[in-house]
Design a protein around this ligand. Structure first.
Ligand code: ADP
Ligand code: MG
Length: 664
């Protein structure tokens, strides 16, 4: 009814940003670069694009808003489409990797920063956009950092900027209250608009329960559950937000909370008579969106809401009504003090709040880094460097980075690109490199996929690439008996594929489920996440489409005529991409990597090959997991002959040559 809509609109008028609507509209009109900052929850992400839309700033193009996280892009687009009274995908839409929910009508488009980077590849001046908003710049995600550099470069050269455009592009960079001066200086001294905030004090309590060495997740999950229940039974009304690191921990914590909350006797235990129940809600990246909606709804009267979330709830998504924070401390790679402050701040949006940290003050003062290390300084740069090269940025060393990565990492990326034939010795992108950059996959995996395509056996590699692109296919229950049963079922699935290794297992799960009449029941029976598998199906279709567009993939890397069996063909294709990840068993269960570092590694217990090490000699693996020891995951036995000719490539690269061409 009429009243409902009014209520909705009023809500957005109460946000701090609303007072500054006209000023912001004008500021964007007047400047090609603008930095906007304000407390989380002030309305930047949901309101500013609407203001620019109302001011007609979209012209005949789109307003694009990037988010480092896909859930944020989707959730916010949903919310804004409601506020603008249109169905999602029409005027307001979103695009994230493997999921495009936009139409011809879309003018306000939320997307991941990775998606915009892809668009820049095809269209360097972003001619479809009138305004680009880079949101959450303080998170310092790799893609946002690169976009900042690219847009700075384009807009600062007038010929480049106006080529193919009727009106100049506007760029707005939004950030929580951090590092805004640095951003402004980087963008040529552009104006910074600060939305005045209103926050309430948050008191902090540290506990010594968890020391810096307690990185075992079961330890801090237990502690977090205990603290959350204490808050529930002893604190006044107000919702709780618990921070943990990943999906499996969150699910574990929710299960434990659920079990314990059931047994609370509200007649005696809860001091504040207004609270009579606990509503437990998980929040993490790969959750179904209908479940996510619930997070934002107020709990029923008398019920306290407890959201157990990843770091996404620190700045990307704001949940109203939170009064208590329980902070577990860990985050990957490492929680910084500034992030911890952000987390605590979530409790003080509408009234005073409390933050319970399950680590000590000493840890906070002595062990936590002050600021988050930008992703660009701690991640593999291969995809980024290839993207830059394909964009014609040849000098990848002197590119305007907001924080320059160490030169040796750039060189390392060039080396990897050279090894998988994406660039040549002179640092120039090859034909293969141009094809590879179109796949949203790690370069080695793309290399293997294209090899398979050139041999006509892409059907073997496409499902594997898709399965490796989604999270958590296999369910490993916490209960030891159940876990044994699940491991056994998984292993059986792998064996049925003819030869048994972790890659064929992925293929086998994919194919068996696809062929099943009742896929969701099949998954349940085999301890597989149906939702994850469903997205793997969709990813596979999309990878196939990219491949089809590239038709006639014929590579100049002839394999000797192939007359082995299918399993061998499959594994040899993998080798062309994964020869950089080769290990050889040295003694007992220990393998030694062949990448020049000679790291000592173990097969991860989740592997089908775990406990069969004695029968293995050479293996390739998909990735490494570093805990107290180094594990290799997703493993496959190979024969030395298959990589013999490839291995010298690991050492022949002339680093000096690559680095000098990088500077040309
Ligand atoms: P900022 O970007 O400045 O952090 P937002 O625009 O994200 O602020 O949030 C403004 C308000 O909109 C907050 O009160 C938040 O709770 C609300 N909000 C955002 N997304 C949703 C959603 N999906 N459902 C309900 N409320 C939402
Ligand atoms: Mg925001």
């Amino acid at each position: 009814t009429k009243w409902d809509t009014k209520g909705d609109l009023d809500e957005s008028k109460n946000l701090p940003i609303y007072q500054h609507k006209a000023t912001l509209q004008q500021a964007v009109k007047d400047n090609s670069f603008l930095v906007v900052t304000g407390e989380t929850g002030s309305g930047k992400t949901t309101q500013l694009p609407q203001y620019l839309h109302q001011a007609g700033l979209w012209g005949n193009g789109k307003i694009g808003i990037t988010q480092p996280r896909r859930v944020a892009a989707i959730t916010v687009a949903q919310r804004v489409s409601q506020e603008m009274h249109c169905s999602l995908g029409r005027e307001v839409g979103y695009q994230v990797r493997f999921d495009d929910c936009t139409t011809q009508d879309t003018v306000v488009k939320y997307m991941t920063d990775g998606c915009l980077l892809r668009e820049i590849l095809a269209d360097p001046v972003l001619s479809q956009y009138s305004v680009v908003i880079l949101d959450e710049a303080h998170e310092r995600s790799l893609n946002t950092d690169i976009l900042l550099g690219l847009l700075k470069q384009t807009l600062s050269s007038p010929d480049k900027a106006s080529k193919g455009r009727s009106v100049p592009l506007k760029v707005v960079v939004m950030s929580a209250t951090l590092e805004t001066d640095k951003l402004s200086v980087f963008l040529g001294g552009c104006p910074v608009f600060t939305i005045p905030g209103r926050t309430f004090p948050v008191t902090s309590k540290f506990s010594c329960a968890i020391g810096p060495k307690d990185t075992e997740s079961s330890v801090y999950v237990k502690e977090v559950v205990k603290v959350a229940l204490d808050v529930h039974t002893s604190e006044m009304a107000g919702d709780i937000l618990v921070f943990l690191t990943g999906q499996s921990e969150i699910e574990k914590a929710c299960d434990m909370l659920y079990e314990k909350a059931e047994s609370i006797d509200y007649r005696y235990d809860v001091q504040d008579r207004k609270v009579e129940g606990l509503l437990i809600l998980p929040l993490y990246g790969s959750m179904p969106t209908d479940q996510q909606k619930q997070i934002f709804q107020p709990p029923p009267p008398g019920i306290r809401k407890c959201v157990v979330a990843t770091n996404i709830a620190a700045t990307s998504l704001t949940i109203n009504g939170i009064k208590y924070i329980v902070d577990s401390g860990p985050v990957s790679p490492c929680l910084s003090a500034s992030e911890a402050l952000q987390r605590a701040g979530r409790a003080g949006r509408t009234s005073a709040g409390k933050c319970f940290r399950i680590y000590s003050q000493e840890f906070w003062e002595k062990c936590m880094p002050k600021y988050t290390v930008p992703e660009i300084q701690r991640t593999s740069l291969t995809t980024v460097i290839l993207t830059l090269k394909c964009l014609g940025v040849h000098d990848v060393i002197r590119f305007p980075y907001l924080d320059r990565p160490e030169e040796r990492f750039i060189i390392e990326a060039l080396k990897q690109l050279y090894q998988c034939d994406a660039i040549d010795r002179r640092g120039k992108v090859t034909r293969l490199g141009e094809l590879m950059v179109q796949f949203p996959l790690p370069p080695g995996l793309t290399r293997a996929l294209l090899q398979a395509a050139s041999l006509g056996c892409e059907d073997l590699l496409l499902p594997v690439a898709a399965m490796l692109s989604v999270e958590n296919i296999f369910i490993r229950p916490g209960h030891p008996e159940k876990q044994k049963e699940a491991d056994k079922k998984h292993r059986q699935l792998g064996v049925q594929a003819g030869s048994c290794n972790d890659f064929t297992m992925l293929l086998s799960v994919f194919e068996k489920c696809k062929a099943s009449d009742a896929p969701s029941a099949w998954c349940k029976d085999n301890y597989i996440h149906w939702r994850a598998l469903k997205s793997a199906f969709s990813v596979e279709t999309q990878l196939r489409e990219i491949l089809l567009r590239q038709q006639n993939v014929s590579l100049d890397f002839p394999m000797e005529k192939f007359d082995g069996n299918k399993s061998e063909l499959f594994r040899r294709c993998l080798c062309t991409g994964y020869f950089t990840n080769v290990a050889r068993r040295s003694v007992g269960k220990v393998f030694c990597t062949m990448d020049g570092h000679g790291s000592m590694v173990h097969i991860h217990p989740s592997s089908t090959l775990f406990d069969q090490e004695a029968q293995l000699d050479w293996v390739i693996f998909h990735d490494l997991l570093v805990t107290s020891r180094i594990y290799i995951r997703t493993v496959c036995p190979i024969r030395y002959d298959w990589v013999k000719d490839l291995l010298p490539k690991l050492h022949e690269v002339d680093v000096y040559e690559l680095s000098s061409v990088a500077r040309e």
